[in-house]
Design a protein around this ligand. Sequence first.
Ligand code: ADP
Ligand code: MG
Length: 702
Amino acid sequence: MVILLKDKSLVSSWQMFFEENCKSEIETVALSYPEKRSIFVDYWDIDRADAEIAELLITQPVKAMFNAEEALKLIDVCVEQNLLLHFRVVNLPDLHKIIIRHIRSNHLGMLKAVEGLVKKRTEVRPKLQLAAFQCNKCGAIMQIEQDEDILKEPSECYEDKGGCGRVSSFKLSTNLSKFIDSQKIEIQENPEGLRGGAQPERISVFLEDDLVGEIAPGDRVIVNGLLRSLQRRRGTFRLTSFDKVIDANSIENQQMAFEEVDISPEDEEEILQASKDEKIYLKIRESMAPTIYGMELEKEALVLQLFGGLSKKMPDGTYIRGDIHSLFVGDPGTAKSQMLNYMSKLAPRSIYASGKASSAAGLTAAAVRDEFGEGQWTLEAGALVLADMGIACIDEIDKMSEQDRSSLHQAMEQQEISIAKAGINATLKSRCAVLAAANPKLGRFDDFMPISEQINMPPALLSRFDLIFSIQDKPSRERDTNLASHILNTHKAGEMVENIEKTEHSTHSKEESDELLKPVIPTFSPEFLRKYVAYAKRNVFPVMENDAMRLIKEYYVDLRNQSDESIPFTPRQLEAFVRLTEASARVRLSDVATIKDAKRSIHIINEYLKRVGMDKETGRFDIDIIATGSSHSQQQRMRSILDVIKRICDDSKDGTAGRSEIITEAEAIGLPSENVSSALDKMKRNGQIYEPSHGKYRLTSD
Ligand code: ADP
Ligand code: MG
């Protein structure tokens, strides 16, 4: 056991510090004691007042903190009201910040600030602080302080503590013991700090007393605490290897998004200057993944997604998201994954995850029971929670698990995830934009099949996306030539750079490689763009002009009324217009969303609908294709065919309808035979009809 000798001179140094610097704070805390029982002190305040004790906090934290708490007991109010306050220090110097993967054994015992993203959290549970044991022989009560994870029992009934002095067995009396709240969380490295595709490392953090219950998975925190080792166990054996853990002294929660992005006054000037450029949209678009050739429309949409619309809270308590969700569905090898990867590095607070990743929390969040919780349930955050206030880039979203499918709706629309399972009852925030990619079910995209049939995703989920882009890889001499030159040139430039760097007498020059690299150098560097976006999201909240609203309204009403019986467009899409329009205004750092912004959003949605929402037979937009998988005219046709089948079945002896008979009857009511054929196949796939014997059909229901 560590024996902490009270150091009189140290206590008085602390006492002087508290009296001179923290008097009013201590008095405030005293007023709401015991709900509040911690004094938070800025490290730099200590340093300014008494550099010696500040230094001691770093070099001998245990001793320094013990004596600080002793000194707190001597402050007048604490003496008068008998208060026991915690001393907690925040804002440690950068020198003592450390990233998780750099923690080594020589850091153990030190006070460090560790930054991270909260991945898991156990329930709050009581932990023994002072255990009361009753001697089974004489009945005396021994109190044993518990300062380790393993229960310390008395080895005999100590005579000097009033016991019988015999070796005895003891009974733990929980009623007479003292407990403290404790909680364990796991933090992982912030994705920004990770080098290309590295898996984030994690560390467990122990929270005690009033620190518990404040932190939720998905939070960005700085944990200030003591690095400690924890002995590993295998069953009852204790091993010689240890785990590193942190005993938290204080936690700083970084609430605001984009807080991490520092914008200096010079940056601000540069940002304002850039925003006045007429070509700002083009310049930003050109800065998005310049190694990827083409895809101008997709990149433009990504720019808007990066800036995002405005989230709103209505007086009736409803919440309308401002984040723009987009989905890329496309042929293999069309740079979808590469684009997502790029975006996840560009956008602050974003997470790249694959739909088929096997983490228990999946894409949203889950209550899990694993080693971390030591038998208890743990709340674990998935990608959408970890990307709170950023962008969740989800590749191969079509391969996600059943559980994710059901929880993704809520996560995308309400932007929160509720978990109620095994005593865990929590709501986690998922205020992120989703950028997802999916491959077509059949490997390649089929122009003549509705999009919802081509992606392995429920239509209701598809309708949560503001934009769905289908990306097709069709041979075209012109595009292929340009794409090939683009890719080959980038490779050649890369080769030259390597050649110049790694060989002694290179025949290539830097000018040569620079020339080739030109097309892939972004107009704005990712660092600048990040600052620009952060600035816009922090400071710009545009309001739509009446003209802009009128334009959107007209377009919407027009689309819906292109044909009187079909309903081609839902109010959900109307919200997409608004979000895109707001985002477009934000790009210019404008407080007004004008008719130009409305036009930009209409242009993008128009293009998207042209590719995926067009009814190939009538040439009309039809959002039913996305929502239900069939266009309105297709649905109507299928209903007529079902009627025909039913009639034939009712009339026939064996209750089935032959294929040729159906086609003939359907032709009689004006349906072309090839359409009937494909509809029959489709209905069979859907399970609306089945084929008991070859060429004979029966309805599944009735
Ligand atoms: P997907 O995820 O769509 O299957 P990937 O992102 O894995 O495709 O891309 C496959 C490869 O093809 C990548 O190396 C990418 O660089 C290249 N590629 C595909 N399309 C383009 C493009 N338009 N411009 C540049 N490279 C491309
Ligand atoms: Mg891919």
